[in-house]
Design a protein around this ligand. Structure first.
Ligand code: CMC
Length: 428
């Protein structure tokens, strides 16, 4: 509903009266949809000030460091709920009753196995393939197994796809890992919690019993929770854009996985560990901080900065606590973790990072925790993708449930040649 209007004048002439729309929180938005008929488009590469949709799932106030899912603050969710409860909230809008939670958990648990034929897809990959490459390909392939439930206009079928994806992503992620290290795939175990089951599929082997540490399972569940959704980030926007054409959910999630992979987004946790390895020792921290500040050097401190959070990343606050808990509970001593802690201290006190409001983000601490609990670096982004699947699918479902949903189709400012005379190849 329009509460007021913004007049847009060019050279003193009003060319459009644009409605200003209010959300339930956050910035008001100027509805520019009619601007095209006045002969103008808006220009906002990188979406610095463009709301691409209406959504009731996640709210972020980057200046105040606020993140809420369906109105529930992230720190309460991380400390008082488990990941599947958060998944339920993201998909359904409200916290579940005990009966709803049990039913949801049961549904997810009963969908964790994948079709045996899916195993063959893995064998097509080279053993040194990055697990994100496998995830991307295999998730897209799921659409060929579940085509009977792919009517995206049916809310029940959309929800069934959502449940399948949340349930099967850990199985596929663990298979990617097992394949890359040449170990047999481990089937899911329905007696375990979501986080325990993932650790079991990653670390158990037929020859030996694997006992899941409660500290590690708790940390893993928290990592899942803190990555579950983050409103219209690059990968979620990718999923929405792919879904806006009517593409099936598995293909859309594969698009999300691809978008997440980059080091400026979900690939940052892996890039952060690679950077810590490159720094290598405490005496080189200052040198790398100087490199990050040097405009002529493209190097950035991975795991620092965020497009939206210009105060602190509330996920990082919880993750930092978990990180220190895990390191001390597990009594882990690793020189790389000392480098990470020194880097955190130097960057937090450095005027460059203070002025530009560059704080450690969630991926800085999640990378350290994952390393501490023995997860190989190339699996970090895979874990992010698994955790974010619920966010992607919740946004996809929300979009398809909205009346008048249109295909996403940005415009452009054209800067190429125009009206050139074409000379046939024989005359060129
Ligand atoms: N190290 C050094 N300088 C930085 C960094 C960094 N990590 N991040 C930003 N800057 C500087 C940048 O050079 C620029 O300086 P100037 O104004 O002098 O040109 C200024 O800070 C603003 O940077 P920007 O690239 O315009 O900011 P952005 O909002 O477009 O980018 C970002 C945000 C997250 C891509 C960026 O901070 C970055 O590349 N960080 C490292 C990668 C990373 O940790 N990404 C994970 C984000 S959290 C997980 C997720 O949600 O995906």
């Amino acid at each position: 509903m329009a509460d007021s209007k913004a007049s847009l004048s060019i050279d003193g002439n009003v060319i459009a009266d644009l409605p200003i729309l209010k959300g339930s929180a956050g910035n008001d938005v100027i509805d520019i949809r009619t601007l095209g008929s006045a002969g103008y488009f808006t220009y906002d590469p990188g979406f610095l000030a463009t709301a691409s949709c209406e959504s009731a799932i996640t709210f972020i106030d980057g200046d105040k460091g606020v993140l809420q899912h369906r109105g529930y603050p992230i720190d309460s969710l991380a400390k008082q709920a488990d990941y599947l409860e958060v998944c339920y909230i993201l998909l359904n809008g409200d916290a579940p009753t005990k009966a709803q939670y049990d039913e949801f958990t049961n549904t997810i648990t009963n969908h964790t196995m994948v079709h045996e034929k899916l195993v063959h897809f893995f064998h097509g990959f080279l053993p040194d393939a990055h697990p994100m490459a496998m995830l991307c390909g295999v998730v897209g392939a799921l659409s060929s197994f579940y085509h009977s439930d792919l009517d995206i206009h049916e809310a029940d079928q959309r929800m069934r796809s959502a449940h399948r994806l949340i349930a099967k992503m850990p199985t596929i992620a663990a298979m990617a890992y097992k394949y890359s290290i040449g170990q047999p795939f481990v089937y899911p175990s329905n007696e375990l919690t979501y986080a325990e089951n993932f650790l079991h599929m990653l670390f158990s082997v037929p020859a030996e019993k694997y006992v899941v540490s409660p500290t590690v399972a708790r940390a893993m569940d928290r990592i899942f929770t803190l990555h579950a959704d983050h409103e219209q980030n690059a990968s979620t926007s990718t999923v929405r854009l792919a879904g806006s054409s009517g593409a099936n959910p598995y293909a859309c999630i594969a698009a999300g996985v691809a978008s997440l992979w980059g080091p400026a987004h979900g690939g940052a946790n892996e890039a952060c560990l690679t950077m810590l390895e490159e720094i290598g020792s405490l005496d080189r921290v200052d040198e790398f901080v100087a490199k990050a500040k040097d405009k002529a050097d493209p190097f950035r401190l991975m795991g620092f900065g965020h497009r939206v959070y210009k105060n602190f990343d509330p996920r990082a606050t919880v993750m930092r606590e978990t990180c220190h808990e895990v390191l001390s509970e597990l009594g882990i001593k690793d020189p790389l973790l000392d480098v990470a802690m020194a880097l955190e201290k130097v960057a937090l006190e450095d005027p460059y990072f203070i002025e530009k409001k560059l704080y450690p983000n969630v991926d800085f601490y999640s990378g350290i925790i994952l390393k501490a609990i023995g997860i190989p670096t190339n699996m970090f982004t895979v874990i992010f993708a698994m955790s974010r699947t619920v966010g992607w699918i919740a946004h996809w479902d929300e979009m398809l449930g909205q009346p008048g949903q249109k295909i996403g189709r940005p415009r452009q400012k054209y800067t190429g040649e125009i009206d050139r005379k074409f000379i046939p190849l024989s005359d060129r």
